[in-house]
Design a protein around this ligand. Structure first.
Ligand SMILES: [Zn+2]
Length: 315
C-alpha cells in the first residue's frame, strides 16, 4: 500500500527554514520559481521550506511514536541526531563485530532502529550498504496562483545587555540589534509513504522482521505524520516565530502501488488527482481518497485514512 498526502498550509511571519547568518542578518531559504504572467514566463524568488527540514521533523516524531509503542530506536536517533549508521563508529553501536555481508548489516540496522528502517540510511564503508527511505517529502513552496504575494521580510529585533558600573559607558543597558527574515505564504507540499517497504530488505525484498512487528512499525509511521501535521511541530525558530495560520486543505490517497497526488501548489490539484485516480480504477486497482477542505479539518481526513488502512489489515 502506498500513501500520498498533499498539504496546503498558510503561514504568516514564519522563520521555519533559515539558511545563513550574515552579520546580524538571518536569511530565510528562498528558491527560484517560474511564474506565468501575461503569457510570459518569469522567475521570482519565493520563501521555501526544504524537504530536509520537513523530513527531520517527521523523523523526530517517528522517534517519539516508536518509543511510546515500545519499538526500538538507536541512541543516535533518540537524540535527534540522524547519522543513520553512516560509518563504523556509528554502526558498531548496533552490531559488533560488524559483519562482512551487506544483507547482515542491513538486517542489524533495521532490527535496531525504526527510524533507519523507515527513513533509510547510507553506510559509507566497505562494503557500502544503502537503504532508500520509505517516506518521501517535497519542499514546501508557495501556491503558484498567489506566489507573487509571498514575501520574505526582515523583522527588526533587539537584545539588551546590562553593562556594569565599572564599564566606560556606565550603568546603562546596551542594545544589540538583529534582523530575522520572515516568510509569509500559502505553502503546499507532498508527503509519500511506501508502507510495503517497512521492515522489508532493500537487498533481497524479503521481510527482515515478523509480521506483527512490521504492522506496528507501519502504524507508528502514520501516527508520526498525523502528529507532525496536527501539532505544526516542524521547522525552526518555533519559540518566537511560530507560524500564524495552519492547514487549510489536505488530500490523502491510498493505492495498492505507488501513486502521487497532484502537487497542491496548483489550484486544481484535487480535481486532477481525482481524474488521475479514476483511470487507475479502470485498471482494477483498489483506491482510497479523502479530502479535508472548508468544513472538514485535516485530522478528520487523516483519521479516515488510518481507519481505512486498519480495515485493510495494513496494521
Ligand atoms: Zn537510528
Amino acid at each position: 500500500m502506498f500513501l500520498s498526502v498533499g498539504i496546503r498550509f498558510e503561514a504568516n511571519v514564519e522563520a521555519l527554514n533559515m539558511v545563513e547568518t550574515a552579520g546580524n542578518y538571518t536569511k530565510h531559504r528562498r528558491v527560484p520559481y517560474l511564474i506565468e504572467e501575461n503569457g510570459k514566463l518569469k522567475t521570482v524568488y519565493v520563501p521555501a521550506i526544504s524537504g530536509e527540514s520537513l523530513a527531520h521533523a517527521y523523523q523526530e516524531h517517528l522517534v517519539n511514536e516508536a518509543l511510546s509503542a515500545g519499538l526500538p530506536v538507536c541512541d543516535d536517533c533518540r537524540r535527534g541526531e540522524f547519522y543513520k549508521s553512516m560509518n563504523k563508529i556509528h554502526l558498531e553501536k548496533k552490531v559488533s563485530p560488524i559483519p562482512d555481508d551487506p544483507k547482515e548489516i542491513e538486517e542489524a540496522i533495521v532490527k535496531a532502529c525504526v527510524v533507519e528502517d523507515v527513513g533509510g540510511f547510507l553506510y559509507a564503508e566497505k562494503p557500502p550498504v544503502r537503504r532508500s527511505s520509505a517516506f518521501q517529502v517535497s519542499y514546501a513552496l508557495p501556491v503558484k496562483s498567489v506566489a507573487l504575494f509571498a514575501t520574505s521580510e526582515p523583522q527588526l529585533h533587539a537584545r539588551h545587555a546590562q553593562i556594569d558600573a565599572s564599564s566606560k559607558k556606565g550603568n546603562v543597558s546596551e542594545q544589540m540589534i538583529y534582523y530575522v527574515e520572515t516568510g509569509t505564504a500559502l505553502y503546499g507540499f507532498i508527503f509519500n509513504l511506501d508502507l510495503d517497504a517497512v521492515g522489508i530488505s532493500a537487498i533481497t525484498s524479503k521481510p527482515i522482521l515478523d509480521d506483527n512487528e512490521i504492522k506496528k512499525r507501519r502504524e507508528v509511521s502514520l501516527k508520526a505524520l498525523f502528529r507532525m501535521l496536527s501539532s505544526s511541530q516542524f521547522g525552526a525558530k518555533l519559540s518566537r516565530f511560530f507560524p500564524v495560520g495552519g492547514i487549510t486543505e489536505l488530500i490523502v490517497t491510498v493505492t495498492e502501488h505507488p501513486f502521487v497526488v497532484t502537487s497542491p501548489i496548483y489550484d486544481d490539484y484535487i480535481e486532477r488527482t481525482k481524474r488521475r485516480l479514476n483511470i487507475l480504477k479502470n485498471f482494477g486497482e483498489e483506491i482510497f481518497i479523502t479530502i479535508a477542505k472548508e468544513d472538514r479539518v485535516a485530522e478528520e481526513a487523516l483519521k479516515e485514512a488510518i481507519d481505512y488502512l486498519n480495515e485493510k489489515g495494513v496494521f
